[in-house]
Structure formats: C-alpha cells, structure tokens
Design a protein around this ligand. Structure first.
Ligand SMILES: Cc1cc2nc3c(=O)[nH]c(=O)nc-3n(C[C@H](O)[C@H](O)[C@H](O)COP(=O)(O)OP(=O)(O)OC[C@H]3O[C@@H](n4cnc5c(N)ncnc54)[C@H](O)[C@@H]3O)c2cc1C
Length: 472
C-alpha cells in the first residue's frame, strides 16, 4: 500500500482524568457511572451525539432476558428509571422461551433513554465528550496513558491513569497495538467469516388496529415475533424483494402508529472484515436498499402498511462481531456450557448464545445455566492500565454471542469502572487489584458477582427450564 508521512506535531492535552472510558454504549454507561461514583475523576468519550450505543444508535432499545436475580446494580437502577416513563414497556417472555417466571424484556423509548443517561452522568460527575472519535492509545512501553481523539477541534489528547475500551469493537486496543481477537466463526464451513451486519428501522403511519387484526387472523404468518415468512419467500422467488433475509421481526411496542423492524441483513464475504471502511460503506448502502425494497413489499401486501412510510433508518448499521481484547483469561464456550465458577468472578450472565450466521442462519442455544464472568477477562493481557467490558472483553466467539447483550454489558461495565476507580485509589495496576475488595465493593453497590451467590430456588428454576429445553 502506498503511504505518506504524517508530520509529527504537538497535540494539545484537553483533559487529564483518573479513568477514561471510550464508548458510550451499555458497557461504557456502566463503567463511567461506576468509576465516578467510586471517586474517580472520569471522562466518557463517544464518537456520536448520544449515549446508549446500539440501544440508541440502531434502535435496539431493549434489555432482553433481564433477571434481577442475575443482573443487578446499575442496570436495575436504569430499568427502574425507564419504567417511570410511559414509553417503557415490560414483557414477560417466560411463556415464549426458556425463561424462568418474572424474567422478560424491557422495551423503552430511546429518546427518553438518551436524556436519562445525560442526567445520570451529570449527577455522577462524569464529564462526557460527544463527537469525539478515539483514534488510538497514547503509550509508554506497554502502558497506556491516554488516548488521542479526532474531533471538530482537530486531533487532541485525553490522559488517564486507567483506560477502559468499551467501543464494542476494541477500537482503542487494536489501534494501540494491544493483542486483539479478529477471528469470526471458529470452525466449520463458516470458519473465519463474520456474523454479518444487521439493520433496523421504523415504519411510520402504520394502521396498528388493522395490523393487530391481521396478527389475530393469521397467527402463523403474522402472530409471532418472526413474521412474513411466506410473503418473503414468495417475493424472493418472484424477484420482488432485494436482500437475503428469510424473516423479519416487527414490534409495535412503541405505540402510536410506529412499527419497529429488525430485518435486513448483509452477509460479509469471506476475507472481508467489519473494520474495513469500504466494506462498511458497501454494507450501509446495501442495507438501505434492502430496507426500501422491504418497504415496497409491505406497503403493497400487508394490511395496515398501505399509507406507511420509512420514518427513520439508524445512525449506523448493526456491526455484529468485530475485534475483542485478548485478556489475561479468555472465557470459552466450555466454561459457559459447564457454568464454571471463577474465584475472581465479577458478574453473571444468563444470556444464551444468540448466533447469527453470515448468510442469515440463526441459532439460539437455550439450554444453559447462568455462568460467571471472571475479572481477568476484562484485563488486557499485554497492556498495563487497559480494561475492557461488554462486547469488547476477552471471550471466545460463542461466548461473545451471549455476553455482548446489553444487560451483561452494563454489568461487566460496572465491574470495569469499579476496578479502575479502586486501582486509582489504591495506586496499583488494575492487574494487581485485590479481587476481594473489588467483589465486596460491587456487592455493596447492588451487583451480584457470582452464580455461587444466587439463591438456590432461583437456580432450581433455571435447572428446571433447562431440562425442559434439553428434552425438547
Ligand atoms: C442486530 C442486533 C440485535 C441485537 N438485539 C439485542 C437485544 O434484543 N437485546 C440485547 O440485550 N442486545 C441486543 N443486541 C446486542 C447489543 O445491542 C450490543 O451487543 C450491546 O449494545 C453491546 O454493548 P457495548 O457497550 O459493548 O457496545 P456498543 O453498544 O456497540 O457501544 C459502543 C459505543 O462506543 C462508541 N464507539 C465505538 N468506537 C469508538 C471510538 N473509536 N471512539 C469513541 N466512541 C466509539 C460507539 O459509537 C458506541 O456508542 C443486538 C445487537 C445486534 C447487532
């Protein structure tokens, strides 16, 4: 590749913090709030104009499979606040899926969520910088001391004693030369391929009563979460639908006349990657084209959509698997399947691996018990002062398919933020932190840190539904 030299220049340092959190998604929210509340001077860097990550940028405004016996602390605080607002709806999914009673999904209004998060950050004393794109780490030997950002002001530096990479794609770690996973599917014919990009958008002006009637009259085709299979297959066979998706998810939980669609999917070809600019750009164009094709199909064929329009498409496509840090420990599929208990566990996940294949295959592995997430999976193996959480932490591909979900991301974020603040307070490297102090601090602040602290009767309920699933 042809190269050109970027002349060395002095970069203004615009902020010096104890903890720098890069990425304002669920993991970044947990991390920034926890770090600040535990006494660290904290800055949160986000490349777009709001917090929430995929929950706001791509309208994936849900907390799925949340169980207060598993995910507690900051996440439940946020859910309680969301429920005070009329836009939030809770659904009990225990009948639809494996879940134990009381476990469900919370769908909420993304605009309210953005405002709520601004207020929570302000109350906690977190400094938030929007429109700030972290472009790499500032390193001294194997220690990270801050990050460079690109912004409306140009290139700037933000210094910190601990850096938390919660970019969802290990952006800072990768660009700083820290070890990252770049793997994609681990085996079989899909080996090395990535899960593909997803896309969501809103239809406006939908006649909801008419749609509800359709759902009642044709429950198999329109009554479930995945809809329109026959319509889609026929349209594809006749060349009337562009795209490779074989079903869509629709939801009218946002009320009024608005429908949320999770539909188009872009298969990333073998040898291509979600961190390549050209692939991303092709994906964006293709997904928009798919959304418009789907819109034509619905308008012409689905009662209730006759006068609808595309109300909005997302700020960015749904990037699925990307880079993850290589940590001191990598949580692997076997650990998850065995429900392995770790002495340094800092959070629990009850998420099943939700595996999206590159060509629109989908599988959800529902027969698992809750499992521990060890602190060492948040610690970069080769870079001092670097932590990760959420979809950026050190897990293998199958575990990533599960722990990337919003609920575990907030919880691992809370653990990373708390660890960073304690490391600063105790003047130690995050790697040398007293684990028991970290666990106790998290527990005192409402978080449940290990499966071994879960009530026996709750675990029995999980076991019961697991057996049901195994028996089919
Ligand atoms: C199609 C799809 C459907 C999903 N459905 C669900 C669901 O139903 N329920 C559920 O719980 N989860 C769901 N998820 C998963 C969930 O949305 C994500 O896995 C979760 O948001 C991960 O949180 P995170 O904080 O690790 O990363 P993200 O949400 O990706 O947040 C990362 C943040 O970092 C910012 N950022 C990235 N790079 C930089 C940089 N260099 N500098 C500054 N900022 C940066 C981004 O703008 C973003 O705000 C879904 C995901 C997809 C793709």
């Amino acid at each position: 590749m042809k190269t050109i030299t970027d002349p060395q220049k002095e970069i203004p340092v615009i902020y010096e913090a104890d903890v720098v959190v890069v990425g304002g998604g669920p993991a970044g929210i947990g991390a920034a709030l926890a770090a600040a509340r535990n006494g660290a001077k904290t800055i949160l860097i986000e490349k777009f104009n709001c917090l929430g990550g995929y929950q706001t940028l791509t309208f994936n405004s849900t907390f799925s499979l949340v169980d207060p016996e598993v995910q507690n602390g900051i996440i439940q605080e946020i859910i309680a606040e969301l429920k005070k607002y009329e836009g939030a709806v809770e659904r009990d999914l225990s009948k639809d899926t494996r879940k134990r009673k009381g476990m469900g999904a919370v769908f909420f209004d993304a605009e309210y969520y953005k405002r709520l998060l601004d207020m929570m950050m302000e109350d906690a004393g977190v400094k938030v910088l929007f429109h700030a794109f972290g472009v790499g780490g500032i390193k001294e030997g194997n220690r990270i001391k801050g990050i460079f950002i690109e912004s409306i002001e140009g290139k700037r530096a933000v210094l910190g004693k601990v850096i938390i990479d919660v970019t969802g794609s290990a952006d800072i770690s990768w660009k700083s030369g820290a070890e990252v996973f770049s793997d994609g599917f681990p085996q079989g014919p899909k080996k090395g391929r990535h899960a593909g990009y997803g896309y969501t958008f809103f239809f406006g002006n939908v006649d909801i009563p008419k749609l509800k009637q359709l759902r009642k009259e044709q429950p198999e085709e329109w009554g479930t979460l995945r809809v329109g299979m026959n319509l889609i297959q026929k349209a594809k066979a006749e060349g009337k639908l562009y795209g490779n998706r074989v079903h869509f998810l629709i939801s009218e939980v946002y009320g009024h006349n608005r429908i949320w669609i999770l539909g188009p999917q872009y298969p990333i070809p073998h040898g291509h990657h979600p961190w390549v600019l050209e692939d991303l750009s092709e994906g964006e164009k293709d997904l928009r084209k798919q959304a418009w094709s789907m819109y034509d199909l619905f308008r012409e064929n689905v009662p209730g959509f006759e006068n609808s329009y595309i109300e909005k498409t997302p700020t960015m496509l749904l990037l699925r698997d990307s880079h993850r840090i290589v940590g001191e420990y990598t949580l692997i599929e076997e650990d998850m399947r065995q429900g392995r208990i770790f002495e340094d566990s800092i959070a629990i996940s009850n998420m099943p691996p939700d595996v999206f294949g590159p060509d629109d295959e989908h599988d959800m592995v529902n027969n698992l018990m809750p499992y521990d997430i060890p602190y060492r999976s948040l610690l970069s193996r080769d870079t001092e002062g670097l932590l990760a959480a959420g979809s950026t932490m050190s897990v293998d591909f199958m575990v990533w398919c599960a722990t990337r979900y919003c609920a575990p991301s907030i919880c691992t974020g809370q653990a990373a933020g708390t660890a960073a603040a304690l490391a600063v307070k105790n003047n130690v490297n995050p790697r040398n932190l007293d684990i028991q102090e970290l666990q106790k601090t998290l527990q005192d602040q409402g978080a449940r840190t290990s499966v071994k602290h879960m009530p026996k009767e709750v675990l029995a309920e999980y076991e019961e539904s697991r057996q049901k699933k195994i028996k089919g």
